[in-house]
Design a protein around this ligand. Structure first.
Ligand code: HEM
Length: 931
């Protein structure tokens, strides 16, 4: 204390001298101050309110002495624009150097605290490319959807205990857990909330501590002597905390380095950065990577969860607004019996207005992040010295009565007005200028999906009669002082959908009628009478192709069905099939439906058979054409097909030997399926893997595949997974992936060995070396999966049908044999692939088999990517398209005696002009050239 008095005097003297020196400058007005501490004593929590009150006397731009620092505070939109845009933006693009940044944010080098310059520009570029680019946001969509569903499930479990009564739900831990899981999964592939292990607990603690310790209110940042002597032990605490946090971040980076091949670490931001580290190790150091992880974690999670909590609190205090948001969601989303998706956000204008109004009244960072000037500057009439801290009071600007009508009232409608549309400068929750928030797009996606889903699925009310307390608490992001607790019960959308599956209640019936009226001015294909909610699902029977042909007999060759929340169109005539899948409509219908199987087993619907039409699909198709179906590759694999055929003949011959001169019984199915599977596996992987494990995988896949899972038509069933299908399929997907990864790794290890030399996997691994970003392991595994399934199953089924037809038509069998004798046996040799073109009758038998028994009688469903008109009908975007090849092949208007097996028909002149009616080409998108 004794030494502090003379010290204070000396500093007082220095400050007075500085004051005199500066007096020639026109600084913004300032209140009276004390020596040394300046205006520090004026600062009170919450800071944004205290600074707004000061501005009421001092004007919209005023200055403060905070110990040894000068700060300027701005509380008007026009002044904020003057400081942070146009020619002043660069000068104010620095950030203040803080003690917290020194010990926790890698000496103020991370994106949020780094000074403006090349290093900052580089970090910002990396973030934009690796996290915020539309490609990355699309890649991480599944994470956000999955975490929202998990949040809904947790609340649903809580409400199910209350029966018809509402239950109390503590929202803060749920919302902060949700946003942290989203961010951590994008960054590091891990979730820490909802998991009960030591690591998760430690991380939750680290985050809480970061938010507690961060901020710009530490006395040592303004009075360096305070920091030097560390009276309050803050520096010691920060040092300890900084090294603990660094240890955790280093652990994450090392874990990724060790496990880069594994599925869960594959597409994370850390893995992408480690790949960049390989090519530019001097720039992408571990410290840069850890800093980026920290920034995203720190800037991305709390801001979003705090906003969600404020939004919910506002809605509880304004039930009329809540009703309007719900009505909008019902009209846009629930009407289709599904849950909200991110893509719905653009249509839900009122929901977006609620979010904007929340950010206006309760901006998550009410003072933005402080800026600092890198040079002396004149802004308006004021001189602003270099090193000045700049506080923009967004909270005060958002409540400025000169800019906003009834500024303190929650009125989402204001964002609809024409006026607002020209006044964007008055609304700056994400900042302005070059340091503005780069995460705005991601934040808006998360906010609308989470808030929309919470409102869609549950009914919310405040607890008791009193309004929710809206006072602000302490913290760098502005939390509610009192954590939000609300009363909640499942919304009719959940209960009724489940209930309706059994007994069709009126409310959903009403929704369906509303949907019907909404669609009434469209000319959809005719449709049978359906039930509410389930639509026409009850009409579907096995075998589907027969059932749909029977329906078409009343409804015509093009009709539509409602399958739960999905619309489907069924086509049973050749001319209509041609209209849908060729000419100008082909591209619109070149998509595939998104299915749950595709999500968890077919690499999130990205493999060739399931992928939506677009660049990715085109690329896969090109790879397949070059690497499997090109004449050169087919020639290379000819020996495999010949060898496997000989082996099949040998097996049957050995069986017949046992019968002597008598015929023996031969079970053909296992022999034919073994044959086609061995051919495929040898072409793909060089080995006959027809062992028990693969056998089981294939049988299971065939069991699971198809388009009959109820959750694909009622997303709510998928969300709650009543029948455990999602769980089962997730497990199966990871088992299958393990098998495929095993194949790829084996090839990687043994590429030199002869048996692995000329396989499809080896070719793809060679391409991976030159273009690793495109030929990822996932792309290779997806291609292998497609070839195994599309290539083997369809072919052996066709062979079995062909043999069965021949057994029933011995006259046809005799004719083939005669043709083969003439072409092949006469030369005393076995048949070769090159003989096929000469054996016309044999080919006719195969065509006739494919006509009567097409291996995929309904083709693989297509889906429309846009609204379109086909013939006289309007077909809405997202419609599933079923082409009934089986019915087309038996259409009596096209085929003479359609049910009879008559291979000769393919010889006729008529047939030669009638290729349209056969769907062989469509049916076998991949395998026709192969076998
Ligand atoms: C409701 C959500 C959010 C709000 C209200 C918000 C608001 C802000 C504000 C006001 C700033 C400072 C702007 C300035 O200094 O002028 C900022 C900076 C930043 N935000 Fe956000 N933010 C949100 C979500 C996110 C998310 C989700 C991420 C990333 C995942 C993110 C990453 C960042 C980063 C990296 C910066 C520092 C930019 C720089 O200094 O160059 N933010 N944010």
């Amino acid at each position: 204390m004794f030494t502090l008095i003379p010290f204070t005097l000396v500093v007082g003297f220095i400050v007075a001298a500085a004051y005199l020196f500066r007096s020639k400058q026109n600084l913004p007005p300032s209140p009276l101050c004390f020596p040394v501490i300046g205006h520090l004593h004026l600062l009170k929590d919450p800071l944004h309110r205290c600074l707004r009150d000061l501005s009421q006397n001092l004007g919209p731009v005023f200055s403060l002495s905070l110990g040894s620092r000068r700060a300027v505070v701005v509380t008007s939109a026009s002044a904020a624009e003057e400081f942070l845009s146009h020619e002043n933006d660069v000068v104010f693009a620095n950030r203040p150097i803080s003690t917290f940044g020194e010990y926790v944010f890698y000496n103020n080098t991370i994106l949020t605290s780094s000074p403006y310059g090349d290093h900052w520009r580089n970090l910002r570029r990396i973030c934009t490319v690796e996290i915020f680019s539309s490609a990355r946001l699309k890649e991480s969509l599944e994470i956000r959807r999955d975490e929202v569903r998990s949040l809904l499930r947790t609340i649903q479990e809580a409400t199910s205990g209350g029966g018809n009564n509402s239950v109390r739900v503590e929202l803060r831990p749920l919302l902060s857990g949700f946003t942290l899981n989203v961010i951590m999964r994008m960054v590091a592939g891990k979730r820490y909330y909802g998991e009960d292990n030591a690591e998760a607990k430690e991380v939750r603690e680290l985050i809480t501590n970061t938010l507690e310790l961060a901020g710009f209110t530490y006395a040592g940042d303004f009075l360096p002597i305070w920091k030097l002597l560390d009276f309050d032990g803050y520096v010691k605490k920060l040092k300890k905390f900084g090294s603990k946090l660094d240890k955790f971040l280093q652990g994450l980076v090392d874990e990724h380095r060790r496990n880069r091949g594994k599925a869960e670490f594959k597409n994370t931001m850390i893995t992408h950065l480690l790949t960049l580290q390989e090519s530019q190790p001097e720039y992408y150091t571990d410290e840069i990577i850890k800093g980026l992880v920290l920034v995203i974690l720190f800037a991305g999670s709390d801001t979003t969860s705090v906003t969600l909590e404020w939004a919910m609190a506002n809605l509880l205090n304004h039930p009329d607004v809540l009703v309007k948001v719900k009505a909008e969601l019902n009209a846009v989303v629930s009407v289709e019996g599904r849950l909200m998706e991110e893509s719905d956000a653009s249509t839900c204008t009122y929901l977006n207005n609620v979010i904007s109004e929340t950010l206006r009244l309760y901006p998550a960072t009410p003072m933005l992040l402080p800026h600092a000037s890198s040079d002396d500057r004149k802004v308006g009439k004021y001189d602003i010295p270099r090193g000045t801290w700049l506080f923009i009071n967004a909270w005060a600007i958002h409540r400025d009565p000169k800019l906003w009508d009834e500024p303190d009232v929650f009125k989402p409608e204001r964002f609809n007005s024409k006026e607002w549309k020209t006044q964007h400068g008055n609304f700056l929750p994400f900042g302005i200028g070059r340091r503005a928030c780069p995460g705005m797009g991601l934040a808006q996606l998360v906010l609308s999906l989470a808030l929309g889903s919470l409102i869609q699925c549950f009914d919310w009310e405040k607890v008791g009669d009193m309004d929710v307390d809206m006072s602000e608490g302490k913290g760098i992001t502005m939390p509610k002082a009192v954590p939000l607790v609300a009363k909640c019960k499942s919304s009719p959308i959940i209960d009724n959908i489940v209930f309706y599956l059994i007994s069709f209640t009126l409310l959903i019936g009403f929704i369906v009628v509303a949907a019907y009226l909404l669609r009434a001015n469209q000319n959809l294909p005719p449709s049978p009478v359906g039930f509410p909610v389930i639509g026409h699902l009850h009409l579907l029977k096995s075998p589907l192709h027969r059932c749909l042909r029977d329906l078409s007999q009343n409804l015509g060759p093009v009709f539509s069905l409602r399958l739960g929340s999905r619309r489907a169109v069924v086509v049973t005539s050749a001319s209509a099939a041609e209209e849908f899948l060729s000419h100008e409509n082909d591209v619109v219908f070149a998509n595939r439906p998104i299915t749950t199987l595709g999500e968890y087993v077919l690499y999130n619907n990205t493999i060739l058979t399931a992928s939506p039409y677009g660049d990715h699909w085109r690329n896969l198709r090109r790879i397949c054409t070059l690497e499997i179906f090109s004449p050169a590759r087919l020639k290379e694999s000819l020996e495999i097909r010949r060898d496997e055929m000989r082996s099949l003949l040998r097996t049957i011959h050995e069986a017949t030997l046992r019968g002597g001169d008598n015929s023996v019984r031969v079970e053909l199915r296992p022999l034919l399926s073994g044959f086609t599977f061995n051919v495929t596996m040898r072409i793909v992987a060089g080995k006959r893997y027809y062992g028990k494990e693969v056998d089981e995988l294939i049988t299971k896949m065939l069991e699971l595949c198809g388009f009959t899972y109820a959750g694909d038509f009622f997303p709510i069933l998928k969300l709650f997974d009543f029948d455990g299908y999602v769980k089962k399929i997730k497990k199966f997907g990871s088992k299958f992936d393990k098998f495929l990864q095993g194949l790829v790794d084996k090839h990687r290890r043994n590429r030199g060995k002869t048996e692995f030399k000329n396989t499809m996997i080896t070719h793809l691994l060679t391409l991976q070396e030159s273009q690793p970003e495109y030929y990822t392991d996932e792309i290779i595994k997806g291609l292998v999966m497609v070839i195994i399934f599309a290539g083997s199953e369809t072919t052996y089924v066709t062979l079995e049908w062909a043999m069965a037809n021949l057994l029933n038509h011995p006259d046809v069998l005799v004719k083939i044999k005669a043709e083969l004798n003439d072409v092949v046996s006469v030369e005393g040799r076995l048949m070769e692939e090159s003989d096929a073109s000469t054996c016309t009758y044999l080919n006719n038998v195969i065509s006739e088999t494919l006509r009567l028994y097409p291996a995929t009688p309904m083709l693989i469903p297509h889906a429309s990517s846009d609204d379109c008109k086909v013939g006289e009908y309007d077909i809405p975007r997202g419609t599933w398209l079923f082409i009934n090849a089986w019915a087309i092949h038996r259409d009596p208007e096209v085929w003479d005696e359609p049910e009879a097996f008559k291979p000769e028909r393919f010889d006729s002149e008529e047939w030669k002009t009638q290729h349209g009616p056969t769907c062989i080409g469509l049916c076998f998108r991949f395998i026709d050239t192969m076998f």
